[in-house]
Design a binder for this molecule. Structure first.
Ligand code: ADP
Length: 976
């Protein structure tokens, strides 16, 4: 290899290059004098001649070319001339290159040959102009390539073909699809050449291979012209082409005779006469007006049908006339139809657009324009250029994809005018229209904004309700009973799960009512069913408490409260809207409450029992003390003894009052006190009370006076004991809290209506008075103004409280007026029923005179002290008596002896006073007086029931007992 003066650094660079490199002389035969390994491997080693000729290059064409394209061993290589190198006085060529990976495509050289070949016109262009034309354009069209480069091609295309070509161009240039299309192109000599073109679009440019087919189709051109005429009458049924030969005067229809008859709906005869008419018309035309190449006109024929024609003289046969005839009336009708259809389109209440398949807006109707605020300026614009829809929804290619794969129609919603104040939601419906001139799309738009807003509102309120049903404690349901008697849950809220202890999965199977019933406790089932049936029948709200299975082993059932309201539907169904809620805790609480109530009742009972027991126990010794004091008074005591006895009496009286008060209070509290309605004489009773307290009055140095109005001497039905108790209480208090003053008791008849009288009672004293702040307090239980008083005056603080309660039971109300230091006035009113009859009887009894000088009594008393005291009293009266120790003995004694009266203790061993009296009453009418220390209220009823004639409380008041004995004997005598 020659050195040519190349330095070693340069050699090294060349040698290490990954590209193929060779250096060659710049003079013939252009010997390759230096190569690198990459070059040798692919080309150099197999070269026969190491020069440019050996590389197969046309020296003249390639020398100094910037790029060498060469083929070697069926591979193509491309070399670039880096630079001709100046090495001292020598120039040489420096090529660098690589293999072109063409995958079977022609080499550049071949491609070049192909483009420059004289096969067809080959052109390359951009948009609407050409950038390259091969030399075939000269022989075919008469232009030098440069004449057609960079000129708008439209002016060269035949006007009849231009519109169609533009349409086809528009559609396919976007989709990059190849097309095959023929059109007429103006040659340099102004004649038109029919070019049959194959056009390939790329992103940037288009390639055309055009072949002149004019010579081949000069006959076809005439045919095409005829076809164009026919095509201008697209949907006409009564239209037909024809060819008329001027030489032979022969008329040939474009249809067979039968077809023609059928199309024109004419008979054979009519067809023949039509042919004749047209033939003679054309003959005339042929001879007279042949110089006109295109003729249009009309003539009437066949029962006045108005035919129109369009004629021309074919190039290939100048002695002929070709053309079409048609029924003008039908054409007009069709045109009218088209107008009407156009109107339909324009006036269609739905917004409509017709888009080219590439997305250009071809038509839009009135509603579309107003919906999107567009005008005709938007026509022919691309759909994507409208700023109506938000960007992501505005891509025509996306919309088109929805109907591309054979889908006939696609419907979807899009948002538009997103940025504006009133964005709209539009429902889009798309349909592909397959037309001979290319596919289009018909798009309709419907404003569904209101509907969407409404749906949203409904959804929101339904969400709210749903949330509400889920959040309320317990579960809500809707139960439907249809006309066939089937019951189903049509709605169950989530809360039902926890109330009924069922899982979310189970709830779907729970719609059947029988599965709900199976959950109910068998004991509660009848109640549930009965109440439901009643609710359905009466259309009344249903409510029920029942137990349902809980699925919990520790607590197998839980309590549930169910409530629902039935409603009858128009279709006959009955619907209950209701809820179920867990009331297990409440039930547990109720049970505990019930237990507590029972315990409290029991405690009260125990208290009451205890009180009556204690009172009995207390009365017996008090009885003894009182009795003993009574007898001591009759044994001439000294003055000091008398004073001591009085003190004892006072103490005992107080104790008795206290016990009685406590027992009464207890009775009233327990609600066991009843008011009697027995005949009593008001005047008599009042006088008796005053008389009973006169000693007390004298003792406290007070003047006690009774003031009665007229008309009080009458019998009324009332409770003598309770009325006495009330007045006793008030008068005793007045005497207690007055020293050397007056106590006036005033009773007035206020009025009488039929058999009812109204009476006013008043107890007035001139005592210490009650301060205003204490006036209400003193009526409270156990309240005294000053507790210290009780030591001086005695009392429990229960008296007024009981008085008020008793008066309430009798229908009265106590009132008080008082001034400290001046005195107090307690007053109230009561109403009584008048009882004349009974009173008359009593008064009559009183009038009978009976001798009570000697009486023989039976005393049934187990307690020796009591028996001793009572015995002494009886003897004092000058009566005689027998004593027995129990009821049994009493019954025996009555059987064997005769007595005037029996004094019967109630609590006795063997047989008590009740039993004994019951026995005695079976065979004897001797009056029996009960003596008991037990609370009188408690035993009063029983005493009445058994038939005791009287009752005296222990400790016995001797005077009272004597009075009672006399009364019962008198009554007995009267009855007898
Ligand atoms: P007590 O058994 O203590 O008398 P009460 O209920 O009868 O109970 O009376 C309650 C208190 O009312 C008495 O302790 C007394 O302070 C006062 N009180 C009742 N009546 C009178 C009265 N006529 N004059 C002054 N104070 C009275």
């Amino acid at each position: 290899m020659q050195d040519k003066g190349i330095n070693s650094t340069f050699k090294k660079i060349i040698y290490e290059s990954s590209e193929m490199v060779f250096l060659a002389d710049d003079t013939y035969p252009y010997s390759i004098f230096y190569t690198n390994e990459a070059f040798d491997e692919k080309i150099g080693d197999s070269l026969k001649e190491r020069n440019l000729v050996g590389l197969g290059l046309d020296i003249n064409a390639y020398i100094f070319k910037e790029e060498l394209v060469l083929t070697h061993g069926q591979k193509e290589f491309s070399f670039r001339l880096e630079l001709p190198q100046d090495s001292g006085s020598n120039y040489f060529l420096f090529y660098k290159g690589k293999e072109i990976k063409s995958f079977g495509l022609p080499s550049k050289k071949e491609a070049y040959q192909f483009f420059t070949s004289k096969l067809d016109v080959i052109a390359i262009g951009k948009h609407d102009h050409l950038t390259y034309l091969n030399s075939m354009v000269l022989p075919v069209l008469g232009y030098e390539p440069v004449e057609l480069m960079n000129t708008n091609l439209c002016s060269f295309v035949h006007t009849d073909d231009l519109e169609h070509l533009q349409n086809v161009w528009k559609i396919h240039s976007k989709s990059l699809e190849p097309i095959f299309h023929s059109f007429r192109f103006k040659a340099k000599n102004s004649s038109y050449k029919l070019l049959e073109c194959a056009i390939q679009f790329t992103q940037e440019s288009f390639f055309v291979i055009a072949r002149d087919v004019s010579s081949r189709t000069s006959g076809q051109e005439d045919e095409a012209k005829l076809a164009t005429l026919i095509n201008k009458l697209p949907s006409l049924s009564r239209a037909c082409s024809f060819k008329y030969s001027g030489e032979s005067k022969e008329l040939n229809w474009g249809l067979s005779e039968e077809e023609l008859q059928e199309k024109f709906q004419i008979s054979e005869k009519q067809r023949a006469s039509l042919s004749n008419e047209i033939s003679s018309f054309l003959t005339k035309l042929y001879f007279e007006e042949k110089e006109n190449q295109n003729l249009d006109g009309e003539f009437s024929s066949l029962n006045g049908i108005n035919f129109k024609y369009s004629l021309f003289i074919p190039k290939t046969s100048p002695s002929s006339i070709w053309g079409v005839i048609w029924d003008q009336k039908e054409k007009e009708e069709l045109q009218e139809q088209a107008t009407v259809l156009g109107k339909y389109w324009e006036e269609c209440p739905e917004a409509m657009m017709i888009l080219g398949w590439d997305g250009h807006i071809l038509r839009m109707n009135h509603v579309a324009k107003s919906l999107f605020d567009l005008d005709d300026l938007s026509l022919n614009k691309h759909f994507n250029s409208l700023t109506i829809f938000s960007e992501e929804e505005n891509s025509w290619s996306d919309w088109r994809a929805k109907i591309e794969d054979g889908k006939a129609q696609s419907k979807f919603a899009v948002r538009c005018f997103e940025e504006s104040e009133n964005p709209l939601t539009i429902e889009v419906a798309l349909k592909r229209l397959e037309l001979p001139s290319g596919d289009q799309a018909i798009v309709s738009f419907r404003n569904i904004s209101e509907q969407v807003t409404l749906e949203k509102t409904i959804e929101q309120s339904s969400d709210f309700l749903m949330n509400l049903t889920e959040q309320v404690p317990g579960g809500l349901y809707q139960l439907v009973l249809n006309s066939e008697g089937q019951m189903n849950f049509s709605f169950l809220s989530k809360g039902i799960n926890s109330v009924l202890g069922i899982s979310q999965e189970e709830i779907h199977q729970f719609t059947d009512i029988s599965s709900a019933i199976s959950k109910v406790h068998p004991q509660d089932l009848p109640t549930v069913i009965m109440s439901s049936v009643a609710s359905a029948k009466k259309m009344e709200p249903w409510q029920c408490q029942f137990r349902v299975k809980s699925g919990d082993q520790d607590q197998p059932y839980r309590w549930v409260l169910g409530a629902a309201r039935p409603q009858a539907m128009e279709n006959g169904d009955m619907v209950w809207y209701g809820y179920l809620t867990d009331i297990t805790k409440q039930k547990e609480f109720e049970t505990k409450l019930d237990e507590a109530r029972k315990a409290a009742e029991k405690a009260t009972q125990i208290k009451s029992d205890f009180l009556s027991m204690i009172s009995h126990e207390l009365r017996t010794p008090l009885n003894a003390i009182s009795g003993s004091v009574y007898s001591l008074f009759h044994e001439n005591p000294t003055d000091s003894q008398k004073s001591a006895l009085n003190t004892i009496n006072f103490a005992v009286d107080n104790l008795i009052i206290m016990i009685n008060d406590l027992l009464d209070f207890q009775k009233i509290e327990a609600g066991k006190l009843t008011i009697e309605h027995n005949p009593l004489n008001l005047k008599g009773l009042l006088e008796q009370i005053i008389k009973g307290l006169s000693f007390h009055a004298a003792d406290s140095k007070n003047k006690l006076a009774l003031h009665l109005s007229n008309g009080l001497d009458l019998a009324v039905k009332g409770d003598k004991t309770r009325l006495s108790q009330i007045l006793n209480n008030l008068i005793t208090n007045a005497l207690k809290f007055t020293q050397e003053g007056n106590v006036d008791v005033k009773v007035e008849l206020l009025g009488q209506v039929r058999n009812k009288v109204r009476i006013y009672f008043e107890v007035k004293d001139s005592g210490i008075g009650i301060a205003p702040e204490n006036q209400e307090k003193i009526f409270n239980d156990f309240d005294q103004v000053r507790p210290t008083f009780s030591t001086k005056y005695g009392g429990t603080g229960l008296g007024l409280s009981i008085t008020r309660k008793l008066l309430k039971l009798m229908g009265g109300n106590i009132a008080l007026e008082s001034q400290v230091g001046k005195g107090s006035k307690f007053f109230f009113e009561l109403e009584f029923e008048v009882a004349e009859q009974e009173l008359a009887v009593i008064q009559e009894v009183k009038s009978k005179s009976i001798s009570f000088d000697t009486l023989h009594l039976l005393m049934a008393e187990d307690n020796d002290v009591n028996s001793l005291v009572l015995g002494k009293i009886i003897k004092k009266w000058g009566f005689t008596y027998d004593r027995v120790l129990n009821g049994l003995e009493a019954v025996e004694a009555v059987k064997n002896n005769s007595y005037d009266c029996i004094l019967m203790d109630i609590q006795m061993p063997e047989m008590d006073g009740f039993e004994a009296t019951t026995e005695i009453k079976k065979f004897s009418d001797i009056p029996v007086i009960a003596l008991t220390a037990a609370a009188k209220l408690e035993i009063m009823e029983k005493i009445d029931e058994i038939g005791f004639e009287g009752f005296v409380a222990k400790p016995i008041d001797a005077a009272e007992l004597l009075k009672r004995i006399k009364e019962v004997i008198t009554e007995k005598n009267y009855k007898a």
